[in-house]
Design a protein around this ligand. Structure first.
Ligand code: G6P
Length: 372
């Protein structure tokens, strides 16, 4: 009913708007005033976490994209090797697991069969499993050694939005906690990130306040057949997530690529007026990535692409390469997905509406897939 949707036309719009609160709720009580993390619910003893020599993240769909970002955060802040794998592929390749492996299973519903089978396999091999889950008492949370709950509240729209942002928050918390327990060589950076993470929900709110031009742009592209998405580092999973949203909701051909891979094939797809969304890394931090993506933009513009550029406030260098410019607040590099994903959600939702599609219940999809 309209009341359930809180005055919004669709659950998805309501859930996009709830993201600042979902993010804040997921942080609540987990960072103390001194900047230390307390994850009491994670009942895996610190002594075990200190011995972990490999982390494997398993998940499906949108949660897999959160897992790709988790890998970058865990490896950078803790220096523990981490791989992220699609849950449906994981157990069929006889993965190497033992009691020093920490497996992180990410699932909004806690009922996804592929993810459940992956975690069962991991536990049989003696690995410890930590679930990041949004649903209390779900199968995945019951069968794991420990759970870090996301506090997104119920997510009704099939296409995941607020659950994704809270999965990212939970992944950052786990990565930062591991760094804290093990004593990270990036101590200062980690402390700075904890501070910025505590304040990030206000930045998500600021993004939501500036989305009207994104909706306008989406409507103007309703007649297109294809949209491509490019990113590097954390921007790559964000590009994949932007493309997934567009497939799910707008039924358009949408693909995400690592921008550096463009020249190895996908650049052949570029033609006149093709919309290409480019997620630009912060020019501070790892500025070499920023330079590289600038040349990627140059290459596709030279071949006629219409660039839709998502870039940090104050990044003036992108202006000459942007046919459309979407601004996001400056954040530490690894946290950028919390703000850069939001315009892509709004973009896909508005495009779907403009194409007359059912936003909350896209064709052929289920909110949670309980078969393998
Ligand atoms: C389904 C949904 C996706 C979701 C995926 C994983 O395919 O349509 O939106 O990302 O399952 O769901 P989970 O509940 O495990 O996060």
């Amino acid at each position: 009913s309209a009341a359930e949707k809180g005055g919004y036309d669709y659950f998805m719009l309501k859930e996009i708007a709830e993201q600042p609160k979902a993010v804040a709720d997921t942080l609540l009580g987990r960072i103390d005033s001194g900047g230390s993390l307390t994850l009491d619910e994670v009942r895996i003893p610190d002594s075990v976490l200190r011995e972990v020599d490999k982390v494997v993240v398993v998940a499906c769909g949108t949660a897999f994209h959160a897992g790709m970002i988790a890998k970058l955060a865990i490896e950078h802040w803790t220096r523990i090797p981490c791989e992220t794998e699609l849950a449906s592929e994981f157990r069929y390749r006889d993965p190497i697991l033992d009691s020093r492996t920490l497996v992180i299973a990410i699932s909004q519903s806690g009922e996804t069969m592929d993810t459940l089978m992956a975690l069962r396999h991991a536990r049989e091999q003696g690995a410890k499993v930590l679930a990041i889950c949004n649903t209390n008492g779900s199968t995945i949370s019951r069968e794991s050694d420990a759970v870090l709950y996301t506090h997104a509240g119920p997510e009704v729209a099939v296409a995941s939005t607020k659950a994704f942002l809270t999965q990212l928050v939970a992944c950052y918390l786990v990565a930062l906690y591991l760094a804290q327990v093990r004593g990270s060589k990036w101590g200062d950076e980690v402390r700075g990130v904890v501070r910025e993470l505590s304040a990030i929900s206000g930045e998500v709110e600021r993004v939501l306040e500036t989305m009207e031009p994104v909706r306008e742009l989406a409507r103007s592209l309703a007649g297109k057949n294809t949209v491509l998405f490019l990113g590097r580092h954390v921007g790559y999973p964000v590009a994949l997530e932007g493309a997934l949203k567009l497939k799910e909701l707008a039924y358009m051909h949408a693909e995400g690529f690592a921008a550096g891979e463009l020249k190895h094939g996908p650049i052949a797809l570029i033609e006149d007026d093709l919309p290409v969304v480019v997620v630009v890394p912060s020019p501070r931090g790892r500025s070499v990535l920023h330079d590289k993506i600038m040349s990627n933009m140059q290459e596709i513009r030279a071949r006629g692409a219409r660039t839709i550029v998502i870039a940090e406030e104050g990044d003036e260098a992108v202006v000459p390469y942007a046919d459309h410019l979407i601004r996001i607040p400056a954040t530490p590099t690894l946290l950028q997905p919390l703000v850069s994903t939001v315009p892509l959600q709004v973009f896909a939702c508005e495009l779907a509406t403009a194409r007359g599609n059912e936003v909350d219940q896209p064709r052929n999809l289920a909110k949670s897939v309980t078969v393998e």
